[in-house]
Ligand binder design. Structure first.
Ligand code: CAA
Length: 380
């Protein structure tokens, strides 16, 4: 096993880190307060080649590996987890739906290249009001009419919903078969009948744009159906395996960002005549948190490497998602406590990071679902 980053991976990590610190950091508190997404900065990330990292050049990607992408999401999320999730949803969930589909390569290029360039956003329409953890319970339908399908239904909690130019919409082509009658369709912004519903007002990742998506007699060409009828559920599950690696990277970044802030604070803040870190209770706390972060990171990098090298990655991805996002919640909560009154105030960032961390334990499969996946494999 080689634990060294390659030159290319280290260079991508450095690019993402510099971008996050110089471009994303300055406005992060304001964007959190105003729930505004930095579209222009996201497009700059695209110009730097960060968005399409793990996809081949023939479909508009950068031809880098999955670990490079993970490193980039991690660096971005250390500073701004809202941009981190938008990036991950466009790349892993929208991108994964297309890449894992049966669409011919020229169609993959048509649907992916604009999103992988970073100049357009992608979204993933699976969840519905009565189909969250039970993803197979979707009721959105797609009915064939000549060379088109007509889609009707509603999706919710769509990250990037209001921004998305392209959405992968999971819909039933054979409703009587339930999850076994699911397919997936690419629906473009502006298609008549396809509209943004309620835009969510959230506890954390406040700058990320999350909404309902309404489908009322939305007509799409039959060629936008990217897997045969019945293969949609497996496409969604496979895609979520990759998405969970992205959320793990986001969680890890949040944990590391809060850890760094706590470390600087403990070194510089003096109480009772000495810096805080000279209290062994706090120094030991930091040792525990660093070990938790390192263990989660190893699991994540293993999951990314398994995916890259063609090994089965569903279980490693579930473990990484669980460990990294639990670390995010734990480290941010401890960071707020260690910073005391200052930690509770907006200016020190850790309260925002604690709010941002919470959703990572919930979306792309709650952490209880990850335990279901992992325990299922233990006893299979
Ligand atoms: N890859 C490929 N196929 C898979 C698979 C995977 N990872 N997992 C399951 N399947 C297949 C099974 O092999 C099975 O195939 P057969 O019918 O041929 O046997 C089929 O799918 C059904 O499998 P299950 O019986 O295990 O399915 P289930 O209905 O019991 O559900 C579940 C399993 C793990 C609970 C699944 O529903 C799940 O992951 N739920 C969570 C959904 C989720 O993560 N939603 C997040 C949405 S995205 C989001 O959060 C929004 C955002 O914008 C960030």
């Amino acid at each position: 096993m080689n634990f060294e980053l390659t030159e290319q991976q280290a260079a991508i990590q450095e690019t993402a880190r510099n971008f996050a610190q110089t471009e994303l950091q300055p406005g992060v508190l304001e964007r959190d307060a105003n729930s505004e997404f930095p579209v222009d900065l996201y497009k700059k990330m695209g110009d730097l080649g960060l968005i399409g990292l793990p996809y081949p050049k023939e479909v508009g990607g950068q031809g880098a590996d999955y670990l490079s992408y993970v490193l980039a999401v991690e660096e971005v999320s250390k500073v701004d987890a809202s941009v981190g999730i938008s990036y991950s949803v466009s790349t892993s969930l929208y991108g994964g739906s297309i890449m894992n589909s049966d669409a011919p390569v020229e169609k993959k290029n048509e649907f992916l290249a604009p999103v992988l360039s970073g100049q357009h956003f992608g979204s993933f329409g699976l969840t519905e009001p009565n189909a969250g953890s039970d993803a197979g319970g979707c009721v959105t339908v797609a009915e064939r009419d000549g060379d088109e399908y007509i889609l009707n239904g509603m999706k919710c909690f769509n990250t990037n919903g209001p921004l998305a130019d392209y959405t992968a919409v999971y819909a039933l082509t054979e409703p009587e078969k339930k999850a076994k009658g699911l397919s997936c369709f690419v629906v473009k912004k502006g298609t008549p009948g396809f509209s943004v519903g309620k835009v969510e007002d959230k506890m954390g990742i406040r700058s990320a744009q999350v909404s309902e998506m309404i489908l009322e007699n939305v007509r799409v060409p039959a060629e936008n159906m990217i897997v045969p009828s019945g293969d949609g559920f497996k496409l969604a599950m496979k895609t979520l395996d990759g998405g969970r690696i992205g959320v793990a990277a986001q969680g890890l970044g949040i944990a590391e960002g809060a850890f760094e802030i706590a470390k600087e604070y403990l070194k510089t803040r003096e109480q009772f005549g000495k810096p805080l870190y000279r209290n062994q209770y706090l120094a030991f706390k930091m040792a525990e948190l660093e070990m938790e972060i390192d263990a989660a990171k190893l699991m994540l990098y293993k999951a990314a490497t398994d995916k890259q090298e063609g090994r089965s990655y569903s279980i490693p991805a579930a473990k990484a998602k669980y460990l990294c996002t639990e670390a995010a919640m734990h480290v941010t909560t401890e960071a707020v406590q260690m910073l005391g009154g200052n930690g509770y105030m907006k200016g020190y960032h850790v309260e925002r990071m604690m709010r941002d961390a919470k959703i990572t334990q919930i979306y792309e499969g709650t952490n209880e679902i990850q335990k279901l996946v992992v325990s299922g494999a233990i006893f299979r």
